[in-house]
Design a binder for this molecule. Structure first.
Ligand SMILES: *Cc1c(COP(=O)(O)O)cnc(C)c1O
Length: 346
């Protein structure tokens, strides 16, 4: 299905066949993978390689997300899926991707690592897609368009009809990054996967699920595209500890949703308080778990906060006068606001 778009050698590629691909049972004497038969020095049987296909997580996810297991890829963070997609579809020094700054930095870094050309179609003043510029920029070597909705660092959702227009008209791969989808009112595009075979949706356990340290990202797409990612990924790309802890977490979706609710309450609290500060010019509306804030003297305020051991994200080089502030606990947000009030007095 994707042979027109893939790099030719990826179509031909014979994947690594891991020991655990030949026998998938859990009973038996395992003398196939050169593991340590005596155990490990931890209290757990970490001497064995993990499931290369992460089937338990995928089964649970298929129920939660309402997709088939064959439509799910799991990687070492969503960054792994981004990198694999570029490597699968983009021929270095020949093909290009389109990104829409200001946006998540990894798309550009990943393309640069792979010597893939980047074409930039900046978002407009409302951080929405510039469709006219996009149409002029797409060429026959454009393989992937990266969309991020809600977008990082601006925090807003992209307009549905613009995403739809791209999906209906672009003949390459559209990657839609939904890292912050849990924090917004809109539904995921996962339910439209069947209609759009060249759509890849990326989500992560790093934000709403609170599992950034475990490194687990998800990609949802047509099964033939997922098969390509599985073919080129490192065989054991998700560790045993990650698989175990994510399986546990997936049974606690209710608690995750409660945390999301609390973060949204805190986001509104923070937004109000920030708006009352004299040096704040604008708090951009957010559909995510952070706020983009435009301030007079943003650089100075960033330095001041650092000196008070409060670390926010300096975005002044990306969006003039802007800092990106993650929503913290109520106590953390209070401290931030009090510290900023102190600044305005001196
Ligand atoms: C945080 C973030 C991710 C998550 O990356 P992981 O590698 O899964 O931790 C992906 N996309 C965007 C836009 C992000 O902000």
């Amino acid at each position: 299905m994707f042979n027109q778009l893939l790099r030719p050698h990826i179509i031909e590629l014979a994947p690594y066949s891991s020991a655990r691909d030949e026998y998938s049972g859990s009973e038996g004497i395992f003398l196939d993978a050169n593991e340590n038969p005596l155990g490990s020095v931890t209290s757990k049987p970490y001497n064995r390689y993990p499931d290369p296909h992460q089937k338990h997580i995928k089964y649970q996810l298929s129920l939660i997300k309402n997709v088939e297991i064959d439509n799910i890829f799991l990687g070492n963070g969503s960054d792994e899926a981004i990198d694999l997609l570029i490597r699968a579809f983009c021929e270095p020094h020949k093909d290009n991707i389109i990104i829409m700054p200001p946006t998540y930095g990894m798309y550009e870094v990943s393309a640069n690592i792979n010597a893939v050309q980047i074409q930039k179609v900046p978002l407009d003043a409302d951080f929405q897609i510039d469709l006219e510029k996009l149409k002029q920029t797409i060429n026959s070597n454009t393989k992937i368009i990266f969309l991020c909705s809600p977008n990082n660092p601006s925090g807003n959702l992209l307009k549905k009809e613009d995403i739809e227009y791209i999906l209906d008209n672009f003949q390459g791969i559209t990657l839609l990054d939904e890292a912050y989808i849990d924090f917004c009112a809109d539904a995921s595009w996962i339910k439209h996967l069947e209609k759009y075979p060249r759509l890849v949706i990326i989500q992560t356990f790093s934000k709403a699920w609170g599992l950034a340290a475990l490194r687990l990202g998800m990609a949802f797409a047509h099964k033939d595209l997922i098969a390509v990612l599985n073919k080129i990924k490192p065989p054991y790309n998700v560790s045993q500890t990650t698989q175990e802890l994510v399986q546990e977490s997936l049974q606690k979706e209710v608690q995750k949703n409660e945390m999301v609710k609390e973060i949204i309450v805190q986001r509104e609290y923070l937004e109000n308080k920030l708006n009352n500060l004299p040096f704040v010019e604008k708090v951009y509306p957010s559909d995510a778990n952070f706020l983009l804030v435009k301030m007079h003297e943003a650089q100075k305020i960033f330095d001041y906060l650092l000196s008070e051991k409060i670390i926010v994200r300096n975005r002044v080089k990306v969006i003039e006068g802007c800092l990106r502030i993650s929503v913290g606990t109520h106590q953390e947000n209070e401290t931030l606001i009090q510290t900023l009030q102190k600044y305005s007095k001196h």
